[in-house]
Design a protein around this ligand. Structure first.
Ligand code: GDP
Ligand code: MN
Length: 396
């Protein structure tokens, strides 16, 4: 689950990571109040207005702006709230901005002593260990740094048995070219950041930039935080931070009824039991000249109710020109799935796209008879290749 910058910063702050202070606002009046409050608390003269959307590169798209007066806080907030923000990480139409984060200005006007670093914490899947990735080249996208100056990206792997060790935090501060107070501040920053990552059950932290201020404080200016969905049950407070407006509407609905659904760009809807079979089915659709419109794993209990829920979800996508149901009956009996297809089809009444059903495994024969007897416009097959061929036919 992805979080907004302000939510990520809230979590970091709760673990003692120093952050750029900010207050979230959903209209320009509240933005001005937030700015006044920040000035009272931090003494900041200028403010930074930051669009809160689940996409990076906001600065480039005009979603991060400096305001030098309360009038500017108001006018910039007015401009950003409600806009469709287009960044290198959004679609062409952009993302709607519902909120802005009003932040203290931490770049201290008139001074150029600050430095921007890059830092992320993530899992290295090859070694099965968490690692801290960092660079002296902060503030720009890390992909560009990786392409042009890969030697400026460092990684530090953490042994799960010992956790982050003191010398590792010092090595990071050293490699970032720090000394004196900034060095000490960085070792503290890294240690608390790593604790926050582990304790919050996150799957990714990306802090870009980490700022060294002119007075040698180390501050998280940005925060991209992803929490592991499978750990949300033990973080009810984080789970409550979910912003459904940022997510694909069909995926949200599918998740609510317990279906594993991922929206894709193609024209053939798939309903499959088991993730492996779902992947194989998507390959097959591609080979037969179609493009999968989705990944959908209905799971082990492919009963009438779930099959119907699956059809309803798939048919919300207007690009779907055919549906391929590919179920392997192991524990679930094919005739029950077939009954599910027939019931769902009858209940829904107005399915206009052709449906190809391939049922294989326990009671496959009974299942095929059941579908044929129903008289419904459903193509029933038992072989995988046959299913692909029929998909090709109906798309032609
Ligand atoms: P992103 O573009 O979505 O990654 O958003 P960031 O939160 O990283 O902000 C983009 C850029 O805005 C940063 O790289 C900074 O250069 C600038 N910025 C952020 N905070 C401040 C601030 O307090 N003062 C000034 N002057 N610039 C800031
Ligand atoms: Mn950033």
């Amino acid at each position: 689950m992805n979080l907004h910058e302000y939510q990520g910063k809230e979590i970091l702050n709760s673990f003692g990571v120093r952050i750029q202070r900010g207050i979230v606002a959903d209209n320009s009046k509240k933005a001005v109040e937030a700015a006044k409050q920040l000035t009272a608390e931090t003494g900041t003269g200028w403010h930074v207005i930051k669009a809160q959307v689940h996409a990076g590169g906001r600065g480039k798209g005009g979603g991060v702006k400096l305001a030098k007066s309360l009038e500017e806080v108001e006018s910039i907030s007015k401009e950003i709230i409600g806009m469709m923000l287009i960044t290198p990480q959004t679609s062409a139409e952009g993302k709607k901005v519902n909120q802005v984060l009003i932040c203290e200005d931490v770049y201290y006007p008139g001074e150029s002593e600050h430095e921007e670093f890059y830092m992320s914490v993530l899992l290295n899947r090859a070694t099965g260990r968490n690692m801290i990735m960092y660079s002296t080249e902060g503030g720009m996208d890390i992909e560009t740094v990786a392409e042009n100056t890969p030697h400026l990206i460092f990684t530090e792997e953490i042994d799960p048995a010992t956790g982050l060790l003191g010398f590792q935090a010092r090595k990071i501060a050293f490699n970032l070219g720090l000394s004196g107070n900034a060095f000490k501040e960085m070792t503290k920053f890294v240690a608390s950041l790593y604790t926050a990552y582990v304790e919050s059950d996150s799957s990714m932290f990306e802090i870009n930039p980490v700022l060294k201020t002119s007075d040698n404080k180390i501050i998280a200016v940005d925060a991209k935080v992803s929490i592991d969905d499978n750990a949300l049950y033990r973080h009810k407070d984080y789970a409550a931070m979910r912003d459904f407006r940022e997510e694909n509407a069909i995926e949200v609905e599918a998740n609510a009824v317990g279906l594993n659904y991922v929206d894709l760009d193609g024209n053939v809807g798939c309903m499959v039991n088991g993730a492996g079979l779902a992947m194989a089915t998507m390959d097959l659709i591609k080979q037969s000249g179609g493009e999968p419109a989705n990944f959908l794993d209905v799971g082990g209990t492919a009963d009438a109710e779930r099959v119907e829920a699956g059809f309803r979800i798939i048919l919300k996508d207007p690009n779907v020109k055919a549906i391929l149901v590919n179920i392997f009956g192991g524990i679930v009996r094919c005739d029950r799935v077939a009954q599910g297809v027939v019931d769902a089809y009858t209940n829904m009444g107005n399915i206009e796209v052709p449906i190809i059903v391939r049922l294989q495994g326990t009671n496959a024969k009974e299942a095929q008879e059941l579908i044929q007897k129903s008289g419904l416009d459903v193509i029933s097959v038992t072989e995988f290749q046959e299913a692909a061929d029929r998909v090709k036919e109906v798309l032609a």
